[in-house]
Design a protein around this ligand. Structure first.
Ligand code: C2E
Ligand code: MG
Ligand code: MG
Length: 584
């Protein structure tokens, strides 16, 4: 624990007042002081380590004087009013800096914070000796209080969120430093509450308007503050996200506590105070005061909340396993750029697609692989979803399109007229020049549009609306086939299908793998195929692993199959060998 003078200097430093520019709001008070006392000099004087620094002054030119033998320093040290009717009569001050500059009279009242720290003095000075009445003492105390209100007001400004009236992240950071000084090494836990999922915020903003979000934030703030108690500070981080500290406890008990808090927020909806369904999650992280920085806390508590949301839980605690996962994620995110620039980490494999009727291979799906120098082989199922929502999605797909078309061109020149299907992310369909770029690649490779097919997952298309649909129409008009990938796993149903411009439906492998053994799945897949055919789509079944599944699909009239039964995804050389074997 620091000594009282250190604590006082720390408080002064936190207010960010020293060495700042003059401000009219303080000068108004010093002018008034001079007038009320009928003296030429008055100042708001702050006691720094070795100096008295004037935030505001009337009648003096210099900005600071030495702290030694400054009467303001005595006001600060004693936290009491000091009156020196005549400096020349005072043993202490007769040879002080002020006395040497002709000052005789001094009166100063302490500037004291709410927490009881004295920052300096509100003082009046004159060149003539003078007494001070009781009433003048009271006036000086009032003026000091006015200065303090002004200081507090300025300090609060920029630290309070005007929407909720709660402290903001700047204040959180500062309070955390204070706490760390008070109780270094102690443990606490931080609870980060996200009322609305970040990705849903902009939707709400668009559909319900900004005033609605403001109201939701206010109501949530009130609800949380009531639940945690008026004495515990709650901080609004913006975007309907809040953070507060609680005593350290086991993860299990903290999660229980968080779930109770969350229940309060959920009740807002049933009480009809919030007209939309909110899905709050709370991320918890343990902290060591003095060691964990506020940015660490925000990062790990946020990570815990993201994880809880992904797992469909209302609250979750940060753990070392989570930390590892997040480090892995951030490593993948930061390394993909390098992988795309070089040519030794990313590569494509090709999985054959076979016609059910003829048994011939008509095409192949290009699947991306990443051999990461540290993490080894990383599955696209892990890294694609991470990258899909970043600006990297564009270059990633551009890379795949370019390499896949290049491979298709090589095979076409060898007489293998395969159609290569390429997976694209829904975000790619938002790129205005997407179609032109794909066509330019085909043109350069001297390939017809029919040499490729593009796969987009059904779930990724949901919510993309008009823009995606018009891009798909554009591609189809250019002669490129479109497949709806992973069909059946999205939210949508067959009834939604006819709204997506596409030619092919790829039924997800979760329906196919055990098709041979499960009668219910058989009837489901049977009707999916029937309906898709009626709507004019060609059907591909993914994940065919058994003869039994293949036989079922044959009976159901499925057009093409893809799966380990026929071949795993293969490197180009192995793919060629496989093709040669089929031809025998
Ligand atoms: P997808 O497009 O549905 O690809 C099919 C996935 O199923 C592939 O996984 C494939 O290896 C796997 N698979 C194929 N047959 C079988 C089978 O019989 N049994 C089982 N258990 N699995 C089978 P992979 O290569 O790990 O790719 C996973 C997903 O990553 C892909 O699913 C696709 O959504 C995405 N992806 C892969 N490459 C790319 C790419 O270049 N761009 C984009 N945007 N996404 C890609
Ligand atoms: Mg696919
Ligand atoms: Mg698929």
């Amino acid at each position: 624990m620091k000594n009282p003078e250190q604590a006082r200097l720390f408080a002064l430093e936190q207010l960010n007042l020293l060495d700042t520019t003059p401000s009219e709001s303080f000068d108004r008070i010093t002018r008034m002081a001079s007038q009320l006392f009928g003296v030429p000099i008055s100042a708001v004087s702050l006691t720094d380590t070795n100096r008295q620094w004037f935030k505001s002054r009337v009648g003096v030119d210099h900005q600071e004087i030495p702290r030694e033998k400054a009467p303001c320093a005595a006001v600060c040290d004693s936290a009491e009013i000091v009156v020196i009717p005549d400096m020349l009569d005072s043993n202490v001050y007769q040879d002080s800096h002020l006395a040497n500059t002709g000052i005789r009279f001094y009166a100063g009242a302490p500037l004291t914070t709410r927490e009881g720290q004295t920052l300096g003095a509100m003082c009046v000075l004159g060149r003539e000796p003078r007494e001070v009445t009781e009433q003048e003492r009271a006036t000086l105390v009032d003026l000091a209080a006015m200065v303090m209100s002004q200081i507090e007001l300025q300090h609060a400004f920029g630290r309070v969120d005007p929407l909720t009236g709660l402290a903001n992240s700047g204040q959180f950071d500062e309070d955390l430093q204070d706490l760390a000084l008070d109780a270094p090494g102690e443990r606490r836990a931080a609870l980060f509450t996200e009322v609305v999922e970040a990705s849903k915020l902009s939707d709400l903003h668009r559909t319900m308007g900004p005033a609605f979000l403001d109201e939701l934030t206010r109501v949530s703030a009130q609800c949380l503050q009531e639940a945690i108690g008026r004495d515990s500070p709650l901080y609004h981080l913006g975007g309907c996200k809040f953070i507060h500290l609680v005593s350290a406890d086991s993860d299990a008990r903290l999660v229980d506590h968080a779930l109770r808090l969350r229940k309060n927020l959920m009740d807002l909806e049933s009480a009809r105070e919030v007209p939309v369904q909110v899905q709050p999650v709370i991320g918890i992280t343990s902290i060591l005061l003095g060691e964990t920085t506020s940015s660490d806390i925000l990062r790990s508590a946020h990570a815990a909340s993201l994880d809880a949301r992904q797992m469909g839980k209302g609250a979750g605690a940060f753990s070392s396993a989570l930390e590892e996962r997040f480090q892995r994620r951030s490593m993948l995110l930061s390394d993909i750029g390098r992988a795309l620039d070089g040519d030794d980490e990313l590569y494509l494999v090709f999985q054959p697609r076979v016609s059910v009727a003829t048994g011939f291979c008509q095409g192949a799906e290009a699947l991306l692989r990443w051999r990461h120098p540290v993490l080894g082989e990383v599955s696209p199922a892990e890294f694609i979803p991470l990258i899909e929502n970043t600006p990297m999605a564009r270059s990633l797909t551009a890379w795949v399109v370019c390499r896949a078309i290049h491979q298709a061109a090589l095979w076409h020149r060898q007489g293998k007229k395969l159609r290569i299907s390429i997976n694209v992310s829904a975000t790619n369909l938002e790129e205005a020049d997407f179609t032109q770029r794909v066509l330019a690649e085909l043109h350069q490779a001297r390939l017809p549009s029919s040499a490729i097919e593009l796969e987009v997952t059904e779930s990724a298309l949901i919510g993309k609306g008009e823009a995606a649909a018009s891009r798909l129409n554009e591609l189809i008009a250019a002669g490129i086939l479109i497949a709806i990938d992973d069909f059946g796993t999205g939210y949508s149903s067959l009834s939604y299908l006819h709204e997506i411009p596409a030619n092919i439906v790829k039924i997800d492998r979760c329906f196919i793998t055990h098709l041979g053994e499960d009668a219910r799945t058989q009837s489901l897949v049977g009707s999916m195929i029937g309906m898709a055919h009626e709507l004019g789509y060609s059907v591909v079944a993914e994940g065919v692993e058994s003869e039994a599944a293949l036989a079922c699909l044959g009976r159901m009239g499925c057009n093409e199959v893809q799966g380990y039964l026929l071949a795993k995804p293969l490197l180009p050389g192995a793919f060629e060998a496989w093709l040669a074997e089929q031809a025998l």
